[in-house]
Design a protein. Structure first.
Length: 406
C-alpha cells in the first residue's frame, strides 16, 4: 500500500549530517538541470555537464525477458530532490546507473527544437521518433510509427500500460494509440482499443466506460472494481479502470502496478510495461508544491513496490525517467528562494518559475543492466541522451537479451 503521506510531514530529517551529504547530491543534480535552448538545431550540441555516468555491476549469465518503464510526468531533477527531502532519505532509484535526457520536441516542418508537450515527449519515449507537439504515435510527418510495445508484441511478449491519468491522456496514448491531435479523444480511444496492448489500466472516466461494448468486442475483459481484479489475471487482455487519479485516490499506484505485473508475468516470453505517475505534472502546472511532493512519494513507492515484486530476479530491467520537466522548479535549504515549506522537519525553500513545461533536462535511472549510453550520438559526449534514445535503449535490450551491456 502507499505509505502514510500525512505521517511523513512530522518526520525529522537527519539534520546537519544528512543535509550536508544530501546537498552535495543536489549540487550534482543541479548541474544536470539546464536544458537545450528553444530553437536549437537537432544537429547541434548544447553546453552540458561532464559528470561521470554512474556504473553498476551487471549480473552475469542472465537473460533479460522484461522491461518496466516508470515515467514521472513532469519530473525534473529538482522534483526528485524535493521528493527525497519529503521522504527524509534518498530514493533508492537515485543510486542506479544514471544519465541526463534532453526532452525537446521539433517544430512542424523544421529541424528546430522547441519545448515539448506530453504528447510529443511520450511519443519520443515510446517510438524513438522526435515529433511535433500534440502528435501521438506519429512521426513529424504525421505517419503512424510502431511503439516499443509493438516491438515487444512482435517478440511474443505481453504488453501493458498503467497510469494515474485517463487512458486517453497524452503519455498512455503515446504508447498505445495514434492521433495527430492529443485532444481527439474519440480517435485516441478507437485506436487504443484496437491496439492489442494486453493490459490497459487507467483512472475511471465516463468516456472510457461508454465504450465498454467496444472494449469487450475487442477481446478485453473489463474491470472497474479493484476488489475483483484477481478474477481477470488469467485473461489474455484486460481493461481496468480504477480510482487512481490524484493524491486522494482510493487505489494506490503501487498496488495497481503490482497487479499489472502479476497479470503480465504469466507470459513465459516476457513483457514490457509502462507505468505513469501523471500527477507530478498536474500539480506542478498548478505550482502546488505540497501536493507535488506527495505524488513524488507515490512514484517512489511504485518503484519500491516493483523492486520488491522482482525480489532476486535478474530477468527484468527497470527504467525510471520523465517525459519533461514542469514548472522550472528550484529548491534550496537556504532562504534564498521565495517560498518556504516546513513539512519536512527542516525548512525547505522553493520557487516555481513558470506554470508550464520547461526545457530543463530530466534523468534516466537504469536497474538490471549496465546501459551503454555511448552508442547514442545525441550529446553523448556530454553524458546526455535524447528522449528518443530511451526507446532505442529498450529496443537494444530486447534485441540482445543475453548479458546485455556486459
Amino acid at each position: 500500500m502507499l505509505k502514510n503521506i500525512e505521517g511523513k510531514t512530522t518526520m525529522k530529517i537527519y539534520r546537519q549530517k544528512f543535509l550536508s551529504i544530501f546537498m552535495t547530491i543536489l549540487l550534482v543534480f543541479g548541474l544536470l538541470s539546464c536544458g537545450v535552448q528553444e530553437g536549437s538545431e537537432i544537429t547541434e550540441s548544447s553546453a552540458g555537464d561532464t559528470t561521470d555516468v554512474i556504473q553498476v555491476t551487471p549480473t552475469p549469465d542472465h537473460e533479460i525477458k522484461n522491461i518496466v518503464l516508470i515515467i514521472g510526468d513532469g519530473m525534473g531533477i529538482e522534483h526528485i530532490s524535493a521528493g527525497q527531502f519529503y521522504a527524509g532519505a534518498p530514493f533508492a532509484f537515485a543510486s542506479w546507473q544514471y544519465t541526463s535526457v534532453n526532452t525537446d520536441s521539433v517544430k512542424v516542418n523544421t529541424n528546430r527544437l522547441t519545448i515539448t508537450d506530453s504528447a510529443a515527449s511520450g511519443t519520443a519515449l515510446a517510438t524513438g521518433h522526435l515529433t511535433v507537439n500534440s502528435y501521438l504515435g506519429k512521426d513529424a510527418t504525421g505517419a503512424d510509427v510502431p511503439t516499443i510495445l509493438d516491438y515487444a508484441a512482435s517478440l511474443n511478449k505481453s504488453t501493458g500500460v498503467v497510469t494515474t491519468d485517463t487512458l486517453y491522456g497524452a503519455t498512455p496514448a503515446a504508447f498505445s494509440a495514434q492521433s495527430i491531435d492529443r485532444n481527439a479523444v474519440e480517435t485516441i480511444l478507437t485506436t487504443q482499443i484496437a491496439s492489442n496492448v494486453n493490459l490497459l489500466c487507467g483512472a475511471v472516466d465516463t468516456q472510457c466506460t461508454a465504450r465498454q461494448v467496444e472494449i469487450l468486442d475487442a477481446g478485453y475483459v473489463f474491470c472497474d472494481d479493484f476488489a475483483q481484479v484477481d478474477s481477470t489475471l488469467s485473461s489474455d487482455k484486460a481493461y481496468w479502470q480504477f480510482d487512481l487519479a490524484g493524491n486522494g485516490a482510493s487505489i494506490a499506484l503501487p498496488d495497481a502496478s503490482v497487479k499489472a505485473l502479476d497479470f503480465l508475468d504469466k507470459d513465459t516470453d516476457g513483457f514490457v510495461l509502462m507505468i505513469e505517475q501523471a500527477y507530478i505534472d498536474k500539480y506542478s502546472h498548478d505550482n502546488n508544491f505540497d501536493e507535488m511532493v506527495k505524488s513524488m512519494s507515490s512514484l517512489n513507492d511504485t518503484v519500491d513496490a516493483v523492486m520488491e515484486w522482482l525480489g532476486d530476479r535478474t530477468d527484468t530491467v527497470v527504467l525510471v525517467t520523465a517525459d519533461h520537466e514542469t514548472g522550472a522548479l528550484a529548491i534550496s535549504t537556504s532562504p534564498v528562494l521565495a517560498n518556504e515549506c516546513t513539512s519536512f522537519g527542516t525548512p525547505i525553500y522553493y520557487k516555481w518559475s513558470r506554470a508550464d513545461h520547461s526545457n530543463a533536462k530530466v534523468g534516466l535511472f537504469v536497474h538490471g543492466v549496465k546501459a551503454d549510453f555511448t552508442k547514442f550520438d545525441f550529446y553523448a559526449s556530454q553524458h546526455q541522451i535524447k528522449n528518443s534514445d530511451v526507446y532505442y535503449l529498450m529496443y537494444d535490450i530486447l534485441s540482445n537479451p543475453i548479458n546485455y551491456g556486459e
